[in-house]
Design a protein around this ligand. Structure first.
Ligand SMILES: [Zn+2]
Ligand SMILES: [Zn+2]
Length: 311
């Protein structure tokens, strides 16, 4: 299953309807918690999620709305004796903040928490694919994250059958690339990997585009409306229209807008301004929403004669 569970969507301070940030990405076995703001532990409870499946925590930056929930989550992971290691990524320049949050209060430290600070050339291989990070433009060191599933091949049953290939022979062909007279390319088509990007707290900069390029799902901050675009640029934030223009230019499939300023009482204005820039799927994130990663892009018809390749 591949989905984003939204735990909180408020910038700076929680409101009556929006918790501090928090996003749980379920990508098959890889479960990544992004930016646990204050109250994330309880939001997970309300969303029906346990901490046990979490493999990785990614912090974009050490502002409270993106990281004050880290102590609670780490202590809960310890309390629940999560049996596998949990890796935590965060800007290397914020080591002192990580150290404090890691040991914010006294508790029995029963879990294996692996700190893995993020610097300029950060890459991590995960069970879901390659996780990379790029520096963004904000008032403190901030990184956006991107997950890329590797390209693989989809076997075509009719072509396998036509060549009399069944059972273990198929596995062998996949492994070797060629079996007797049959080339892997003759009986399969390329299956492009899916991708996901998480871009939080930044003014517009090149890396926003690098992170978002061609992703299936882009989760991106849209703190302000266009009427406050000048303020947004000054404090290192985006407007909904800017975020949507990024989605258009980067050929994003599902655009998830979040991190809304409480100064605007009517959230539909974010959607209206984004819609003017981007015709694809737009989701205004709401607390506790579950947003599916879209199914794979249709295969090239000429490559294999098939049009669908479900996730
Ligand atoms: Zn923020
Ligand atoms: Zn911030």
């Amino acid at each position: 299953m591949r989905e984003l569970v939204v735990l909180g969507t408020a910038s700076q301070v929680p409101t009556r309807h929006r918790n501090h940030n928090g996003y749980l990405l379920r990508w098959d076995d890889e479960v990544i918690l992004f930016d646990p703001g204050e109250g994330t532990q309880r939001q997970m409870l309300l969303a029906g999620l346990a901490v046990t499946p979490i493999r990785r925590i990614c912090i974009t930056h050490f502002h409270g709305d993106h990281s004050l929930g880290l102590p609670g989550i780490l202590q809960r992971i310890s309390l629940d004796r999560v049996p596998h290691p949990v890796t935590v990524h965060y800007p290397a320049a914020g080591q002192e903040f990580y150290d404090r949050l890691r040991h914010a209060t006294s508790y029995w430290d029963n879990a294996e928490i692996i700190p893995a600070p993020v610097g300029a050339s950060f890459v991590a291989e995960t069970s879901a694919g390659r996780l990379t990070a790029r520096p963004l433009w904000h008032s403190v060191p901030t990184y956006g994250y991107r997950l890329d599933e590797p390209t693989s091949r989809r076997m075509l049953p009719d072509r396998l059958a036509a060549r009399g290939l069944t059972g273990p022979a198929i596995g062998e062909l996949q492994r070797l690339g060629r079996l007797g007279e049959v080339d892997l390319a003759d009986v399969s088509v390329e299956r492009p990997g899916q991708s996901f990007a998480f871009v939080m707290d930044t003014g517009l900069c090149d890396n926003v585009y690098t992170l978002a390029a061609g992703v299936d799902m882009l989760v991106i901050e849209s703190t302000f409306l266009t009427e406050d675009a000048e303020l947004a640029a000054m404090v290192g934030h985006l407007t909904a229209a800017q975020a949507a223009a990024v989605a258009r230019e980067c050929n994003v499939r599902t655009l998830v807008l979040t991190h809304f300023s409480q100064r605007y009482p009517d959230p539909s204005r974010f959607l209206a301004e984004a819609r003017a820039e981007f015709t694809g799927e737009i989701v205004l994130a709401e607390d506790l929403a579950r947003i599916p990663v879209p199914s794979r892009r249709p295969l090239d018809q000429t490559a294999g004669g098939e049009t669908r390749n479900p996730a």
